[in-house]
Design a protein around this ligand. Structure first.
Ligand SMILES: [Zn+2]
Length: 407
């Protein structure tokens, strides 16, 4: 199957140049917002290498564009909308044409190909089916390969486990924090999570550390894959997929131009420098966004051919979101950094409270308290107050977990 996964570098660059040129013309002609924004810029001269000359698009721009002010196609061509982000304020609406829905599906199919998911698999889709894009990308790809699909959606963990057992689910699609909730309820129901039939998990929608991966994989005796993606760029699985050699995330450069910038100055960063991922969608139709500030924190690992054979750019797995950065006593860190310490002791459930000081609550062995405090001091550089809790004391989540609380 050649669907672009193993495309060579030259071909990627050729397609990227062509699609970028086409997209810039498309948005400048059909979207007032970009028409104004690009005034005085010679778009003919903008190549992927020169894309930094264009202004950014922000989440606030999308809010201001409600309901469809940034759409580049007439309403008759729109087949669906999805929504991005928060529950408060003006909704961020992303319209899709038929072609956009297929583009998203094609990208998730690449993920399935890498993870070797086939028609023989039973795929249980636990993210929500609704305005938030969650379940749909998984569903359309699973449907396209004629797999046995269980489109159960979010919630009702007991029922999820019942279906995993009764239908023999081999692939679980979920937010990264959900498997360990499933494990916990499975145990309450008398199942050993590692005896469940799940072989592979595609996990995304929130940052999760390598240490948490170890806990999940050992608990279920299953292999996990990181599946990035954001509604603004199509949805979960649209932008890239984890390298099977675990070198990072391969981002589909024939569909997106990827940059990493300094979140403060907007300056483009080099390989190995951590910053915010900026996406330009070059194969989307209804609302392709140019230089979109994603808020995702990562860095470019490499641009050369990976050992796995993929030549698309490699990013580090996402460390956090710019809005979740915690600054305390001169240290800058993300919840995932605290998770790394906790998960290295097998801790699965935790909460970080940030006010005058930093408090870390975890469920588990209280005798680990001193060790955890010491590790956080050494790895992160802060003196946090550590609180051990009994099993079940922290709130559980069936979608994205809310582990950071600012008080
Ligand atoms: Zn690779």
């Amino acid at each position: 199957m050649n669907n672009g996964v193993y495309m060579g570098r030259e071909e990627i660059q050729e397609i990227q140049r062509r699609r970028l040129r086409f997209t810039l013309k498309h948005v400048a002609q059909n979207c007032e917002f970009y028409k104004k924004k690009f005034e005085g810029i010679d778009l003919e001269k903008i190549t992927p290498e020169k894309i930094y000359k264009l202004p950014f698009t922000t989440k606030q721009d999308l809010r201001n564009a409600y309901p469809l002010k940034m759409s580049c196609v007439p309403k008759e061509k729109i087949v669906r909308i999805q929504m991005s982000g928060g529950t408060t304020g003006q909704p961020v609406i992303i319209p899709y044409t038929r072609k956009d829905v297929y583009q998203w599906r094609e990208m998730v199919l690449r993920a399935f190909q890498i993870a070797e998911i086939t028609s023989r698999d039973v795929i249980q889709i636990t993210p929500a089916f609704g305005l938030w894009n969650g379940g749909f990308g998984f569903h359309s790809a699973a449907d396209a390969i004629n797999a046995f699909v269980i489109p159960i959606g979010a919630g009702n963990t007991r029922n999820q486990i019942r279906f995993i057992v009764d239908f023999g689910t081999t692939v679980l699609c979920a937010t990264a924090s959900y498997p360990l909730r499933i494990a916990e309820v499975a145990e309450e129901l008398g199942y050993k999570p590692s005896d469940l039939p799940i072989e592979k998990m595609l996990l995304g929608a929130e940052p999760w550390s390598d240490e948490m991966r170890k806990v999940i994989e050992e608990t279920f005796d299953a292999k996990t894959f990181d599946i990035p993606g954001l509604t603004e760029m199509g949805g979960v699985g649209s932008v890239g997929f984890e390298c099977p050699m675990r070198r990072g995330l391969h981002m589909w450069e024939d569909n997106y131009v990827i940059e990493v910038v300094d979140p403060k100055t907007g300056e483009v960063l080099d390989e190995g420098e951590e910053g915010e991922i900026v996406y330009t969608a070059i194969n989307r139709e209804a609302m392709p966004l140019i230089r979109y500030r994603s808020g995702e924190v990562s860095e470019i690992v490499a641009r050369d051919r990976c050992e796995c054979g993929i030549e698309h750019i490699t990013l580090k797995r996402i460390r956090g979101r710019t809005d979740d950065m915690i600054i305390h006593s001169g240290a800058k860190f993300y919840p995932s950094d605290v998770e790394r310490v906790l998960a290295s002791y097998g801790v699965a459930h935790y909460k970080i409270e940030v006010g005058k000081g930093v408090k870390v609550f975890y469920e588990g062995d209280a005798t680990l308290l001193q060790k955890i405090a010491k590790d956080i001091r050494e790895f992160i550089g802060i003196n946090a107050e550590i609180v051990a809790l009994q099993k079940g004391e922290l709130e559980r989540f069936e979608g994205k977990a809310k582990r950071l609380v600012r008080v």
